[in-house]
Design a protein around this ligand. Structure first.
Ligand SMILES: *[C@@H]1O[C@H](CO)[C@@H](O)[C@H](O)[C@H]1NC(C)=O
Ligand SMILES: *[C@@H]1O[C@H](CO)[C@@H](O)[C@H](O)[C@H]1NC(C)=O
Ligand SMILES: *[C@@H]1O[C@H](CO)[C@@H](O)[C@H](O)[C@H]1NC(C)=O
Length: 511
């Protein structure tokens, strides 16, 4: 036995020596060739793995200019690729997509058609992942094809690239001299110092149309629609003295498909006085279709929702509640995903308790026009449990974050029915949910969701005691235009002990 093993060791050692000699003898160039070939094979394997699954639920990224690691998300279902809507799209979902594609994770989620308009019908909307899923299709969403989204609401991701990819790309860049500044953004006025003129063209009335800009002495051109949102539109409307942005669209409805694109990647905070103070791509980059023209609709009268943070601080408290009493809430996704696991795994699940952070949400319309839901009435969803129609999928979000801004407790999918609950003296309430009534919030009226109604909470059962940030936001996805979004969120501190919770030190901010 022993002698046989020695013999084996000897053979292996001999072979290794041979290889070593072989390698030594090989010239540097063959060595490099072997190394390159190996790298190419590894790379191809990786790519194949990413494209591997052509079956239901496979995802791919489209429209990204800088490589395979970014783009709008498309998902395969029923043999057809479809887009994903950006409602409730954030890091958790982006991470699942990136990992499904074989990347380590996500750098960031993108919305508003960051990589161009949705090219296909939406397969998914209101996607909610808890982060443990290995595929996007395993996350919760509204059902295949159920979506209320427009073409400009495509969800996308930018994934972290692994070392190998980066090296390959860098090498390519060196040999092909590819510009690597594509995504670099600069202030418009720093690049175009000869001045920038701006106008609206092609609208039915003077206060709408496609946006055209004139850089110095060059001809008028359109603005690339990629990433065009209400914040950029707000700046255009303000600069032209036309009031506030009611709509920001990526469309050729107002023409412009034959006009050259002047600038792309425009990105404003929303409070700039003119487009020249916003950022844009240093190098023009508008890979999408010619229909993708940035357009706006401006209005003088607009709603302006203000979240009442005083009422929030006054009413926040804990409640422990058995799942038995939360079945309606479970149907509407108002509890953390752990609750669904408990329901599946335990026979006595209805006796398990959940810890809820309850509070009152009071939202005043301090603008000059009524706040109306973004979805037309015939598309409202009837919710059996709560016996009313939902007119807006995401009217508000409630989030518990750690000090770094990472979301800990699930901000549930708030279900809302907009109505006038309290009005200032002299104002008649007009909107009522009952009987398929018109939904909305009148000027100087408040929509109030009292702390004791169903779903008016955050499920913090899995949260450890500690100090956190509590953030409540209304109209968080900017689906409806407002005068300002800077008063739509209350960003507060949450002190949570084993038996007690207090929300304090709120500041107003943007969702
Ligand atoms: C490979 O090249 C390096 C420097 O380029 C040289 O020092 C080395 O001796 C070469 N090795 C062989 C096996 O040719
Ligand atoms: C926040 O980020 C810092 C630095 O990245 C890290 O050291 C710290 O652990 C993070 N804190 C939490 C609560 O995640
Ligand atoms: C709303 O209230 C403000 C301040 O109290 C007042 O100036 C404004 O005229 C009111 N608007 C309407 C439409 O009632």
């Amino acid at each position: 036995m022993r002698s046989r093993m020695n013999w084996k060791v000897l053979v292996v050692g001999f072979l290794m020596t041979l290889t070593l000699v072989d390698v030594r003898a090989a010239s540097n160039s063959t060595l490099n060739k072997v190394r390159e070939k190996k790298a190419r094979i590894v790379e191809k394997l990786k790519r194949d793995f990413r494209k591997l699954k052509k079956q239901d639920g496979a995802v791919k990224l489209v429209g990204g200019g800088n490589g395979e690691h970014e783009g709008n998300v498309e998902i395969l279902h029923d043999g057809k690729w479809g887009s994903v809507c950006d409602d409730e799209w954030d890091y958790l979902e982006a991470n699942v997509v990136c990992r499904q594609l074989g990347f380590d994770g996500a750098i960031k989620p993108t919305s508003n058609g960051h990589f161009g308009q949705a090219r296909r019908r939406y397969w998914m909307d209101n996607v909610y992942c808890d982060g443990s899923e290995d595929e996007l299709s395993k996350c919760r969403f509204d059902g295949w094809g159920a979506s209320d989204c427009g073409g400009g609401e495509a969800a996308g991701v930018i994934c972290t690239r692994d070392q190998q990819d980066r090296e390959n790309e860098d090498n390519k860049g060196m040999t092909e001299r590819k510009p690597k500044t594509k995504s670099e953004k600069r202030r418009v006025k720093d690049i175009h110092q000869q001045g920038v003129a701006i106008r609206l063209v092609g609208g039915r009335v003077y206060s709408e149309g496609r946006v055209e800009v004139k850089l110095g002495n060059s001809d008028w051109g359109v603005v690339c629609g990629d990433g065009w949102s209400l914040f950029e539109a707000a700046v255009v409307c303000r600069q032209l003295g036309l009031g506030y942005a009611s709509d920001a669209v990526q469309t050729n409805f107002f023409g412009g498909q034959r006009t050259p694109v002047a600038i792309s990647g425009v990105q404003c905070h929303g409070d700039e006085d003119g487009l020249i103070d916003c950022l844009h791509d240093k190098l023009l980059d508008c890979p999408g279709s010619v229909e993708n023209v940035a357009s706006v609709v401006c209005l003088r009268d607009m709603p302006d929702l203000v979240f009442d943070h005083i009422e929030l601080m006054r009413t926040a408290h804990l409640e422990d509640r058995q799942l038995y009493w939360l079945q309606c809430a479970m149907e509407e996704n108002c509890v953390a995903s752990q609750a669904y696991k408990v329901q599946k795994e335990s026979d006595n699940w209805h006796l398990e308790t959940r810890r809820l952070l309850r509070f009152t949400a009071r939202i005043l319309n301090a603008g000059t026009a009524d706040f109306r839901p973004s979805v037309p009435k015939h598309l409202w969803e009837w919710h059996m449990c709560h016996m009313h129609y939902h007119s807006m999928e995401v009217f508000a979000t409630f989030d518990v974050l750690d000090q770094n801004g990472t979301r800990l407790a699930e901000g549930h999918k708030a279900s809302f029915c907009l109505e006038d609950n309290q009005c200032l003296p002299g104002v008649e309430p007009r909107y009522k949910c009952a009987n398929y009534g018109d939904q909305g919030i009148s000027v100087n009226c408040s929509d109030v969701y009292k702390h004791n109604i169903d779903c008016q909470w955050v499920d913090i059962s899995e949260l450890a005691p500690g100090e956190y940030i509590f953030k409540v936001a209304v109209n968080p996805e900017f689906k409806v235009g407002e005068m300002s979004f800077d008063n739509n969120a209350a960003i507060c501190r949450l002190l949570y002990t084993e038996s007690f919770a207090a929300v304090h030190s709120c500041v107003m901010g943007r969702p």
